[in-house]
Design a protein around this ligand. Structure first.
Ligand SMILES: Cc1cc2nc3c(=O)[nH]c(=O)nc-3n(C[C@H](O)[C@H](O)[C@H](O)COP(=O)(O)OP(=O)(O)OC[C@H]3O[C@@H](n4cnc5c(N)ncnc54)[C@H](O)[C@@H]3O)c2cc1C
Length: 546
């Protein structure tokens, strides 16, 4: 585009935040452009890959499940996780807005669009000491984030005012144009031809995602209180989530905060068919597996068990001298409990196949397990512990750069025998925190069917043994561009920058870090919608200056 084009609103980023804003802007008859560095076939950003889990508070689905929830309980839980500082005025404000508006502004926005949720909310992030979700409130979109995003894209394309929207795919935005203190457009270049372009717009909405797709940057921003970042981090974010727009906003005095706060996962394995360097799949780790360090010693004294405190698991593994871990289980455990986050591997959910889903839940997802064992470089199996250790160490020596350290037979034997002995003693004598947690998890029907009932690892009837080598996988930026409750970008002195808005992961999902230190989980795609809607309300409440 040689010539400057004039729009009411230019949206940088065609992910969920950008798409949600675009729908509402078209509703108001505004002339808009979506500019995305990615190609048209990838329209939708990360949400299309997502599982579609949303933390929603006091929904009809919760009430049907007799779950008593309220904005007050949710806000208390939020604060227990977030650990906001006294300076976190806007993140606090956004958190409060979220717990009060999640039903009206997200759930009821999606419902008329045909978006349905799985009828039993999941109970994630319970907190190691109860400092997490007090009740189940993780609602998974029936059809995953893929169905959600494609539904919204479809709405955009068939909108009555669709003539008012222009799409610029393969265009990378590099900087913002200003007129005095106001933002009046943006510029960049075509990703493939290198040709420069400029867009004039009364408003620019930055919805370009986070920084976690750039592993060097992830390491640079790493929380210093955790020491240095692990050497080998897998990439589970967007290839273009590199913070270009966060930097552009900073250049014009916009405030960017909390970039060291991230929502990563600890059970990353190498994607068998990567589409970007070091692409990782994020396992939803089996609760009945033993989580071991690089030498075969069980993490302790408090064992690592998923579903309670993702942040703390990442922290403990990152601060371990080896920076990666192993999970050891048997075939029966793996079959019942192994899952991978996202739309790609949850085909029954994604394709809305109820019979396949029921079979996966009750008989296990055999196709997924067999695929991982056959194709993933981080999985080994064996029929004895000795053979397993040999295979685990064989894996490490064949990939020296990623798996330093070696499993010691005596250590792993001790870890497994101690655990199995507890189970042998009988339920009345369980005095292991993992077993206590499994018992608690199994009380909730959303988890019972996916969690084994106190399964020994060395159970001869459940062979072979299976070990997963797991790395930190980079996922979401919890910090970002600071915004007020109208999603207006704030300057370093706290004033809104005229003409500039931000939404979604670029804005730390609201306020430059709505989640604070830890998320209640499922607070990302939902906030993309909320942030975008607040931006549009603000944009359309005032006359646009040419
Ligand atoms: C496998 C997986 C599972 C997930 N599951 C969940 C879940 O269950 N629940 C949940 O809440 N969250 C989940 N997430 C996270 C969630 O999907 C993202 O945080 C969210 O979709 C981010 O949306 P966004 O619109 O802010 O940014 P993105 O989706 O990252 O979109 C940003 C867009 O901006 C474009 N862009 C970037 N830089 C530029 C530039 N310089 N110029 C032009 N364009 C640019 C990119 O190409 C991209 O299309 C998951 C993520 C993954 C990967």
């Amino acid at each position: 585009m040689h010539e400057k084009s004039k729009f009411d609103v230019a949206i940088v980023g065609g992910g969920l935040a950008g798409i949600s804003a675009a729908i509402e802007l078209l509703d108001q008859g505004l002339k808009i452009v979506i500019i995305d560095r990615d190609s048209e076939e990838n329209f939708g950003g990360l949400a299309i890959q997502s599982l579609g889990g949303m933390t929603l508070i006091n929904t009809p689905i919760q009430r049907l499940n007799k779950i008593q929830d309220s904005p007050e309980i949710a806000l208390r839980d939020w604060h227990a996780c977030a650990h906001f500082s006294d300076h976190d005025h806007w993140p606090r404000q956004w958190a409060e807005l979220y717990v009060n508006r999640s039903v009206d502004d997200i759930y009821h926005w999606l419902k008329p669009r045909g978006i349905r949720f799985f009828p039993i909310p999941h109970w994630v992030e319970r907190g190691e000491l109860g400092d997490g979700n007090s009740v189940p409130r993780y609602h998974i979109v029936w059809g995953t984030g893929r169905h959600l995003t494609l539904t919204l894209i479809n709405e955009l394309k068939s909108h009555l005012n669709s003539r008012n929207i222009t799409y610029l795919f393969d265009y990378k935005v590099e900087s913002l144009l200003t007129n005095g203190k106001s933002v009046c457009g943006l510029q960049g270049f075509h990703e493939k031809t290198g040709e420069a372009f400029e867009v004039d717009a009364a408003i620019v909405l930055v919805a370009s995602g986070g920084i976690n797709g750039d592993i060097d940057r992830v390491k640079k921003e790493w929380d210093k209180t955790w020491g240095t970042a692990p050497e080998h981090i897998l990439n589970g974010a967007h290839r273009y989530a590199d913070g270009t727009l966060q930097d552009a906003v900073k250049l014009i005095d916009g405030k960017v905060t909390h970039l060291h706060q991230m929502w990563n996962y600890a059970a990353g394995i190498h994607h068998p068919a990567p589409s970007l360097p070091k692409e990782g799949l994020s396992l939803i780790p089996p609760k009945s597996a033993l989580w071991l360090d690089a030498t075969g010693k069980r993490f302790g004294p408090l064992p690592l068990v998923t579903g309670f405190d993702t942040h703390n698991i990442c922290k403990r593994i990152s601060m371990d001298p080896y920076g990666y871990s192993w999970q050891v289980m048997n075939w029966k455990i793996a079959l019942k409990e192994i899952a991978v986050s996202g739309a790609e591997s949850n085909t029954a959910f994604r394709d809305r196949k109820i019979i396949q889903l029921a079979r996966d839940i009750f008989l296990g997802n055999r196709a997924l397990l067999e695929y991982l064992v056959a194709e993933c470089e981080d999985v080994v199996t064996a029929n004895s512990l000795e053979e397993l250790v040999e295979n685990m160490n064989g894996l490490n020596s064949s990939s020296q750069t990623v798996g330093k350290g070696s499993i010691e037979l005596e250590k792993i034997k001790r870890s497994i025998h101690d655990y199995d002995a507890q189970i042998d003693r009988g339920r009345e004598f369980h005095n292991d925190d993992q077993l206590r947690r499994i018992a608690q998890v199994r009380h909730w029907r959303g988890d019972r069917s996916r969690t084994c009932k106190f399964a020994k690892i060395l159970d001869k009837k459940s062979m072979p043994l299976v070990a997963f080598r797991e790395f930190i996988v980079s996922r979401k930026s919890m910090g970002g561009i600071q915004t007020d409750l109208q999603s207006r970008v704030l300057s370093n002195s706290g004033e809104p920058i005229p003409g500039l808005y931000a939404a979604g992961e670029a804005a730390g999902f609201g306020g430059g870090g709505i989640n604070g230190l830890k998320s209640l989980e499922g607070t990302f795609i939902s906030n993309c919608i909320l942030n975008a809607r607040m931006a549009v309300r603000s944009i359309t409440s005032q006359p646009l200056t040419p």
